[in-house]
Ligand binder design. Structure first.
Ligand code: GLN
Length: 493
């Protein structure tokens, strides 16, 4: 089946004329038509435009002038501005926003020939860990627990991206990761994703959540597929002052590097209470695989890990409260009128934002307010520096760290929702790397006893993505994770 292929296979198949880009795109459009009502991964499907892009791709292939992603159908998280195509951030406040420009990352993918199938669902403004906070409804994880018919979440905030790839409604997807939003949904949906080093991909044209943490990255069916996508997405952009002017290496070539002599750190602070024994077992399995591949395993300590979540949930809301001030009903987006300007703001923001976004704005405004700035925001910034220092110290001794991606497998809608903090605990393993700005790759490593994917995470030095691709590829071979999701209520891919 065309939709069952990896990008690496499709790239070859297109060049060998086994099928056309138009056929490949149409197969994915059919999959979307069949499954999207159930999974709700796509907010906007751009089928006609995709077929036009695919026809153009076929011409390029015929002319022998086809860049790496020519004809490859992708899903775009609805946080990337796409010229002429509605971009909502899964919020009512941007429900009808049509950007007049293209984000740098999506422009790079288009330059390299990718076909865009549409815009995929997320937690509103990327705030969440279950894709339950979308104004356009929850996304369903295509995986289910054996012997149960429970609605499981795909993770968040890039839940639509992860579900679309897992359900074969796209060959790959873009995601963004502020505190784990690429890695945690990848883990819950049994796919691979990488959050690159902060500054590796341009943030220009991506709707901002927390600017000092936000990073774009690819989500795909394999490590090599992610390498191909990141190759295109990454690069210096003068329009983003935090994007780094550093050459993009050949990530695909890095996938085949030998691991001989590499040192892999196991951070003791990640053995947290409440870690599922099954995840602990997969972690041990991962350690064994890397030993067999010739790596040396070293126990290491990242002593400030325990402050990661608390400080993240100060800094991220602080930046969000400032970034989201622009949604005032005056310049763009939805407007709800009022008798005065203040009332117009209040009415617009009251109607436009969902509960979690309001909570973050309140938290963020509080920690930035005159009386509390030093006690919360400034202190959190100092702790952030210590977290970063922990990683830099450890990377003097080891090349890469191996940890679980999330403390549990995918949870059910309704679980983890007793209070908002319960949901925040999901990010315990992903947030520290975000705070430090270092890259992290998540990949599926095994199945739980209930038949759900369990993920492992590799963390690397700043701009050490090649090492992550090399180690990730070796682990992927050892794990040989070929399981496919079975949908609820007798559905099938
Ligand atoms: N779950 C985290 C949050 O809600 C991370 C989200 C993200 O990475 N965008 O902030």
């Amino acid at each position: 089946m065309l939709t069952g292929m990896k990008i690496t296979e499709a790239v070859d198949g297109l060049r060998q004329k086994k099928f056309s880009a138009e056929e490949l795109t149409k197969a994915h459009v059919n999959a979307i038509n069949k499954l999207n009502d159930r999974i709700n991964a796509y907010i906007t499907v751009t089928a006609d435009a995709a077929i036009e892009q695919a026809k153009a791709a076929d011409q390029k292939l015929a002319a022998g002038d086809a860049p790496a992603l020519t004809g490859i159908p992708l899903a775009i998280k609805d946080l990337f501005c796409t010229k002429g195509v509605k971009t909502t951030a899964a919020s009512r406040i941007l429900e009808n926003f049509v950007p007049p420009y293209e984000s740098t990352v999506t422009a790079n993918l288009l330059r390299d020939g990718a076909v865009f199938l549409g815009k995929v669902n997320l937690d509103e403004f990327a705030m969440g860990s279950g894709n339950l906070n979308s104004a356009f409804g929850a996304v369903e994880n295509p995986w289910k627990r054996q012997g149960e018919d429970t609605f499981l979440v795909p993770g968040g905030s890039s839940g639509g991206s992860a579900a679309a790839v897992a359900a074969q409604m796209a060959m790959g997807a873009t995601g963004t990761d502020t505190g784990g939003s690429i890695r945690q949904p990848a883990a819950y949906c049994g796919i691979t994703g990488i959050k690159p080093t902060y500054g590796r991909c341009s943030r220009w044209g991506i709707i901002a959540y927390a600017s000092s943490l936000d990073q774009a990255g690819p989500m795909g069916k394999s490590v090599e597929d992610c390498a191909i996508m990141l190759q295109s997405m990454a690069g210096f952009d003068p329009k983003d002052s935090t994007s780094v002017d550093k050459e993009v290496p050949d990530y695909r070539a890095a996938c085949n590097r030998s691991l001989k002599g590499m040192k892999v750190g196991i951070p003791m602070e990640y053995r947290v209470p409440g870690l599922s024994p099954e995840i602990e077992a997969v972690w041990q399995q991962g350690i064994n695989w890397l030993k067999e591949a010739g790596c040396e395993i070293v126990d290491v300590s990242l002593p400030h890990t325990k402050h990661g979540l608390a400080t993240y949930y100060i800094i991220a809301p602080a930046e969000a409260s400032s970034n989201l001030a622009r949604y005032d009903g005056v310049r763009y987006g939805r407007r709800v009128d009022g008798a005065s300007l203040d009332e117009l703001y209040a009415n617009t923001r009251g109607a436009g934002f969902g509960d979690e976004v309001k909570r973050r704005i309140l938290m963020g405004t509080y920690v930035l307010s005159a009386g509390y700035y030093d006690a919360y925001y400034l202190r959190a910034q100092k702790v952030r520096k210590l977290i970063n220092q922990d990683f830099m110290n450890v990377f003097d001794k080891v090349d890469v760290l191996l940890t679980p991606t999330a403390p549990t497998a995918a949870f059910a809608k309704g679980e983890n929702q007793e209070d908002p903090v319960q949901m925040y605990l999901n990010d315990i393993f992903t947030v520290p790397a975000s705070m430090a700005g270092v890259p992290g790759l998540a990949l599926p490593a095994g199945l739980s006893s209930q038949g759900l994917p369990l993920g492992l995470q590799l963390l690397g030095r700043p701009f050490g993505e090649e090492t992550l691709f090399a180690v990730g590829s070796a682990m992927e071979k050892a794990a040989n994770f070929t399981h496919k999701p079975t949908l609820r209520a007798g559905g099938s891919l």
